[in-house]
Design a binder for this molecule. Structure first.
Ligand code: FMN
Length: 342
């Protein structure tokens, strides 16, 4: 493997991102949530850039099926990045090369943010925030192994208390390694997903590095997006939990940034049309129906959250086992609601 990486190195000339990053709205990668159907839905509703759920470099190299599924995407998703994680520069380089040969994403993104213990214990994800030199080495190895542009996604540091002195060091390590853009989630590893994202730290990164910076954390409304852009000086925004069940957020943010107006909230009929489309895309992938339905349910529950009649609809949705039964449930639900007919 080492020989292969060395050989690849001499051939690699990293390209820039094949899209205009200024003002771009990214859908955050979220394992278990931002699967292929959801990414397509988000894209159709205004997300500019997508990233697949993180995949283990080591497992990709071993051909583990579940990880291979994670890097699947369709042309409609472009520009799309594939995200990998791992602590070994050689594995990361080989995985990036494999992705270039096999799936040709528009860019490779490296995960330096996952706080999960089982990842951190092996020094992957946010575990690497304790070792900027190794972060740099990993990015450099990946950049050397592929012609694809390489980006990286980090948190502000390992601990919130020391982030003041570490965030910029970490971002500069990524830049020196050759990342052509850096996404910063404004929380430290020890915060997990608690507290609030520190946009001052994100701003500090935007001021300190010359590559484009993508700001991430707590953008859950068009107003929050406006504030983030105004106050941080980032080039692009990345939206995660604010888009769960609400892929309309991308459309809403774009409209608000352009005109100060927000489109009306989606009607019941629009929400159900999105669920039906989500299911159709999932089935089109050729997976078995039971699995598609299982995975679609948690999205469906989020899409209809807060809608009149949602609780009953959700309960029925969790009982039904076939796509046809689900479609007919929606037809009768819409037939019975005034809003749905409108
Ligand atoms: C369920 C879940 C899964 C996540 N999976 C990933 C992942 O695979 N890769 C990654 O870089 N970040 C992952 N994240 C972090 C998000 O991409 C994002 O950085 C974080 O949620 C903060 O953004 P938000 O406040 O807009 O949600 C995940 C977050 C959640 C809630």
């Amino acid at each position: 493997m080492a020989t292969e990486t060395t050989q690849i190195k001499s051939e690699s000339t990293q390209a820039g991102l094949p899209f205009d990053i200024r003002g771009a709205l990214y859908l955050s990668p979220m394992a278990g949530l931002t699967d292929h159907p959801y990414r397509v839905i988000a894209k159709r509703l205004g997300a500019d850039v997508l990233i697949t759920e993180f995949a283990s470099a080591k497992a990709l190299l071993l051909g583990v099926e579940k990880q291979e599924e994670r890097v699947f995407f369709t042309p409609e998703e472009r520009p799309v990045g594939v995200q990998i994680f791992g602590a070994d520069p050689t594995d990361m380089a080989a995985a990036a090369h494999l992705l270039e040969v096999r799936v040709q994403p528009d860019f490779v993104d490296i995960n330096f943010g996952c706080p999960a213990r089982k990842i951190v214990d092996k020094n992957g994800g946010s575990g690497l925030l304790r070792d900027p030199a190794l972060m740099e080495e990993i990015v450099a190895a990946v950049v050397a192994a592929t012609k694809l542009p390489v980006t990286a996604k980090m948190r502000i540091g390992w601990e919130r208390d020391t982030a003041e002195s570490t965030t910029i060091k970490l971002a500069r390590a990524l830049e020196r390694g050759g990342a052509c853009a850096v996404a910063v989630h404004g929380r430290s590893r020890n915060q997990g997903y608690s507290g609030s994202a520190d946009w001052d730290r994100i701003r500090a990164v935007a001021e300190a590095v010359t590559v484009p910076v993508i700001g991430n954390g707590d953008i859950d409304s068009p107003q929050a997006a406006r504030r983030a852009l105004d106050e941080s000086g980032v080039d692009a925004l990345m939206i995660g939990r604010g888009a769960v069940g609400n892929p309309w957020i991308f459309r809403d943010i774009k409209s608000y940034l352009q005109s100060g107006e927000e489109p009306p909230r989606p009607t019941a009929a629009e929400r159900i049309a999105v669920i039906e489309e989500h299911l159709r895309i999932a089935l089109e992938m050729g997976d078995d129906e039971a699995r598609c339905i299982r995975e679609m349910r948690r999205h469906a529950a989020a899409y209809i959250k807060g809608m009149p009649g949602a609780a009953k609809l959700r309960a029925r949705l969790f009982e039904l086992e076939s796509a046809e039964a689900i479609r007919s449930l929606f037809r009768s639900f819409l037939g019975a609601t005034k809003e749905g007919n409108g």
